[in-house]
Design a protein around this ligand. Sequence first.
Ligand code: SF4
Length: 240
Amino acid sequence: MPDLDFAFLNEQFEQQSPAAILRWSWEVFGPHIAASSSFQTQSLPLLHLISEVCPEMPVVFLDTGFHFPETLTFRDELQERFKLNIVVARPAIEKSQLLARYGEALYRRDPDLCCYLNKVEPMQRVVAGLRAWISGVRRDQTEYRHGLQILEPQPSGLLKIHPLLNWTQKEVWAYIDQYQLPAHPLMAKGYLSVGCAPCTRPVYGNEHERAGRWAGLTKTECGLHLNLTRPQEAEYDSTE
Ligand code: SF4
């Protein structure tokens, strides 16, 4: 890790564009850096910027095995259109093993464990070989994200970088409009934010864009951005 003054850089970056932050990130850390993306409509500004600024940067897609088929199709279309360097990461535990060990609906009974096994664990393996990790989170998305900095050094030595952190939802839509970027196919059905199928519903009326994620639960984050460690496992009856 180069000797960086994070407090100074964070102050500077609050005034800089996502493209400038992305360019700096690639210059300082490339090729030991990757972005992650869930390939939904709101991912488009970051993916478009990567294709313009640093197209070689790997873009990690976590294939949990629970995605909507539309997400996988959309990912492939974006790869073709923007010539992205997509890297697919899969959980160490296969879907059949997951079902045999935990039963059909671990995502309902213990979503933190489900997210740990299907998202956090594979992402931890990816970032183990990196110096920096780019994510498209924004402060206006969740209470936790509101407290983040653009550069967030981790205890492991990894640097998390959030180039779009101070963008609002309105700025995201304006960027998408300006560059005529495509929309996730489920957008038209009210899915403003799209994650795994069992944990995502459309949003209604004036609901927050992420109101359809883990609806009815207190959970608002998958754990990727929380340094989630493996939760204590309860005893599961796999026949449930
Ligand atoms: S979002 Fe839902 S299905 Fe996907 S890994 Fe998390 S709990 Fe499991």
